[in-house]
Design a protein around this ligand. Sequence first.
Ligand code: ZN
Ligand code: ZN
Length: 251
Amino acid sequence: MKIDYERFAGKKCRELMQIQERFMEQLSIGSYQHWYYDAELALLRLYNDATDQLYLKYIPIGTFSLTSETWMWSWFNDHSFEPNKDSTLAVREFGIKSDYPKLTAGTFPADEFDCWEFAGISLATLEGIGVYRAATEELQSYLLITAVLEEDSREVIHFNQAKVECKIHGRSRAAFVCQHLNLEHPKGFEEAFETYKGMGLSEDDDFQAWCDECEKVRIRNNGWNEYAEEFARIKLVCEYCYFELKSFNCL
Ligand SMILES: [Zn+2]
Ligand SMILES: [Zn+2]
C-alpha cells in the first residue's frame, strides 16, 4: 500500500525533531554563535573563539532561498562543491520508487516546513546524527551532520591550513619556493624537510623549497637571514605547482 507523501514526510519530520533535540543538547549546538564551512572538505566549524569550537562532518542536503522561496536539492546545485553531495541522490531514488515528486525534482517553490521534512527524510535515508541549518540573510543551507571530528584529526588539521587558489590547479594547501625555481631550467631543489605529494603536515609546517644558488647563499650566511631571504625572495605557490617544480628541478 502506498503511503501518501504528506503522512510520510510528517512522520520523518517528527522523528527528526526527536533526534534533533538530543543532538542540540549533547553537543551544545546552540551555544556556538558562529559557523564556517569548507565545502570542498564538507566540514563545518561551529565556534565562539579559537578555543571554543566544534568540528562536524556533513552532507549538504539542499538550500532554501529566502528571496525566491524555492528549495534546491544539493545534487541539482551547480554551486554546491561538496564532493559527497551526490549521496543525496539516494533520497531521489527513493522518491522515484515511491512516486514522491518533491524528492525527485531538483528545485521548486517550497516553505520552511517542507525543508525540515526534506531534512528528516534525508536523515533517515543517509543516516546522520542531526541537522544543522547554516543561514545567511538570503539562503538557508541544510547540512546533514554525520560525525563529530576530533580537533587533532587529519581532516581538521587540513581544514585549518592556509589555502591558495591556483589558476591551473584550483584550491590547495599553500607552498613556498624561491623566486628562481621555474619549469624552464632545472636549478636544484632543497627542502626544509623531506616531502611527498599529499603528505599530512602539522599545523606549524609548510612546504618550502629553494634552488642550489639559494642554498649556497644560505650556507654562507649561516642560515636564513635578511640577506639570504632577500636573495631567495620566497613566493607563494600551490601544492600541485610545488610538486611539479620538485620533479622538474631535482638534479
Ligand atoms: Zn633560489
Ligand atoms: Zn598550481
